[in-house]
Ligand binder design. Structure first.
Ligand code: PBG
Length: 319
């Protein structure tokens, strides 16, 4: 009877699995702070995505770890960059049954670790990210990713005007059907720590992203960002992180008509794994509760490192 009247459903078809692919390694490397998550080789990524597809997962989002980083993050738009190469391979393997998404940012690719190009020397107190110069680079990344087979590009850098710039670049390159999942309300959270291990990213000089990501004390500016992104052409909008921001997810869901995504981020995943490893919480109970809570708050789509676990649990094959 409880099932009969349950208001919220969680289904593997609503999950997106974030995956990391690293250039220049010949064996997949575990990420210590994200148990169960790997930095993949191209080959192990293909195998992982095939298995996810067989388990019923319908979408993946790729993050690249380049061998060489530079000031511009040029590996992000190089047609031979690691994500572009991987996208071409995955398109051939599973392009007919999987939505291929690509995170669109430069922080994994820049020597200084910021999400955009800098207007001065890295680490200098007066140096900041050059918003408009970064937009031009984001346009090039979008086109490179779409050329390589991305069906959805997901700008995560929080530059002002990024969705409009990317939409224009995609359209003028003939990619009018490539969708944009905008990381619209992205907070300058402490919960991204394990992700930065996964992509070997550190901000030079110990800076932070507070000049372009949101202040967690504020809710209303999330709606300003979401409305701006939709007016510039976002097909889906995202709130990130998810669990500490359920109020934001609910407010966004009430305010817009486009699909709403939430990113259950690396720190949220790591907390479940660490507490469960200590025997302090029941992994499966808490993981299911948290993902369901994100759906209950209003997320249509959840990006989560738990996608594989959930797909296996749903298939009756949980550990
Ligand atoms: C930026 C990006 C980040 C995450 C997704 N895209 C890192 C950041 O903003 O610092 C974090 C995701 C996670 O913690 O799981 N390319």
């Amino acid at each position: 009877m409880r099932d009969l009247v349950a208001e919220t459903q969680l289904d593997v078809r609503q999950l997106v699995a974030p995956l990391f692919v690293r250039e220049g390694i010949d064996q997949a490397q575990p990420v210590a702070s994200l148990p169960g998550v790997m930095q993949h080789t191209r080959a192990s990524l293909r195998e992982e995505v095939r298995q996810l597809a067989d388990l019923g997962v319908r979408a993946v989002i790729l993050f690249g770890v380049p061998e060489v980083k530079d000031d511009l993050g040029s590996g992000a738009f190089d047609p031979q960059g690691i994500v572009q190469v991987a996208l071409r391979e995955l398109s051939a393997d599973v392009g007919d049954r999987m939505v291929l998404m690509a995170d669109l940012c430069v922080d994994e690719y820049t020597s200084h670790g910021h999400c955009g190009v800098l207007d001065g020397p890295a680490g200098h107190p007066h140096t900041s990210v050059d918003n408009d110069a970064t937009l031009e680079i984001y346009g090039r990344i979008a086109v490179a990713q779409a050329d390589a087979g991305a069906q959805v590009v997901a700008p995560s850098g929080m530059m002002d005007g990024q969705v409009g710039a990317i939409r224009a670049a995609l359209d003028s390159a003939g990619h009018s059907s490539t969708a944009i999942l905008a990381y619209s309300a992205k907070y300058a959270s402490g919960l991204y720590g394990p992700f930065r291990d996964a992509v070997d990213c550190a901000i030079v000089g110990g800076g932070d992203r507070k000049s372009y990501q949101q202040d967690w004390r504020n809710a209303r500016e999330a709606l300003v960002e979401v409305h701006a992104d939709i007016s510039q052409g976002a097909d889906m909008v995202m709130v990130k992180p998810a669990l500490s921001y359920l109020d934001i997810i609910a407010a966004v869901k009430a305010a817009v008509d486009v699909p709403v995504a939430a990113y259950h981020v690396s720190g949220e995943y790591a907390m479940i794994k660490a507490a469960a490893a200590n025997g302090w919480i029941d992994h499966d109970a808490v993981a299911g509760e948290q993902l369901t809570a994100i759906r209950r708050a209003g997320a249509d789509v959840i990006l989560t490192y738990l996608a594989r676990w959930y797909a296996q649990a749903a298939a009756g094959k949980a550990r």
